[in-house]
Ligand binder design. Sequence first.
Ligand code: PLP
Length: 471
Amino acid sequence: MNPLSQLPSVDRLLSAAAISSLIELHGRAIVTGVAREVLAATREAFRQGAALPAEDELISALIKEVGAGVTAKMTPKLRPVFNLTGTVLHTNLGRAPLPEEAVQALLTAARSPCALEYDIGSGGRGDRDDIVNELLCELTGAEAATVVNNNAAAVFLLLNTLAQKKEVIVSRGELIEIGGAFRVPDIMKRAGAKLVEVGTTNRTHLRDFAENLGPRTAMLMKVHASNYAISGFTHAVPEAELAALAHQHKLPFVIDLGSGTLTDLDRWGLPHEPTPREAIAAGADLVTFSGDKLLGGPQAGMLVGRKDLIAKIKKNPLKRALRVGKLTLAALEAVLALYRDPDRLHQRVTAVRQLTRPEAEMRAAAERLLPALQKALATLPVTVEIVALKSQIGSGSLPVDRLPSAGFAIRPQARSGGVLNRIEASLRGVAYPLRPVIGRIEDGALLLDLRCLDDNDEDEFRNTLGALPAG
Ligand SMILES: *Cc1c(COP(=O)(O)O)cnc(C)c1O
């Protein structure tokens, strides 16, 4: 008998009781589409000679496949995860988590019309940059500010506005690449500016800049070497000297700070990271920095500095292409407002709280969670122990320093074929709506750093562990 004749029609499959409840939940269109796909794939499998099940078995297998297909399609792609990698500002995991104040502001702006470009006082048109201009000036000491999509966009817009068809002098030691293909020389080229590299990788002097000044020079630029450190026999020109040289020649001096925290992180025992305020005080005419690195806000790129230069940048038609939306501005305004009270930042700005979290807290969390993890892995040939770990800040901030933390090390009992990779994959692979756990494999152990696991999320974490397949 021709097995293809046994395949139900789409309509017959859709009329099965289990499928009706799928339609109720997700709508007819998507379920019909998946049912067609499943039937076509099954028809093809039979043509290729796949074995033929009994009719009722065939129907229940098809129903199951349609269910799985619909569920897979309806699972959001942007799923929340547990970041137990030990890297706090993890670019691939969305960098800084927003503080509650910012989440609330974002929701409010999302739900209702808001005064995005509207001056409530006069009833006239407003400027979206005015939402954060005052805060940014207050927090950095700059005269004016504007905001774009990210720091790469800020650097691009700055160069395109002030240095198109002209030269920009940068030290060779600062021609950096940031993960995700942000390279200073490439951005420079796309912005239409000519890069003039001076000095050597490890040492650059003021005279290197002075000797390369010419009629086509547009600016002197400094790029904060955020994701690596040059140590040993090194020399970089102090910012104040570069600013003085630029100003002697009536040129702007600009700094791409990268991370740009708005407060002194030293007070919480973190290594010093240069601030926009310091850069401005040292004579920088423009400073750019990210919103979602150490600042702990939404993805955004800030440009702060001299009023006339900011005005020019805002007139560039590309500003319109790179501008931020109301959701970003709502979150950014709320986060910047928290910086008005620097004494409580370590409690209120999530990224700062995670970075300054004392090791004892992670250790206590590990003690609380150890039984659940041991239970989840009980049937596997591995050992689980609480260990001291080193977290890192991430996103190219403060590259050398590592923060004392605690968490779990899962090690194979013997050299057992890929058991760690299997556990790592099942922690990642839990079904929606459970939250996948992302750890790291290092030196033959699967490490779970608890720094970024909020105390309030521990039950949800236990749920994920409870769903791991045994063995
Ligand atoms: C991170 C970084 C950038 C890119 O910033 P994004 O906000 O990721 O676009 C540019 N320059 C430096 C020095 C950086 O550290």
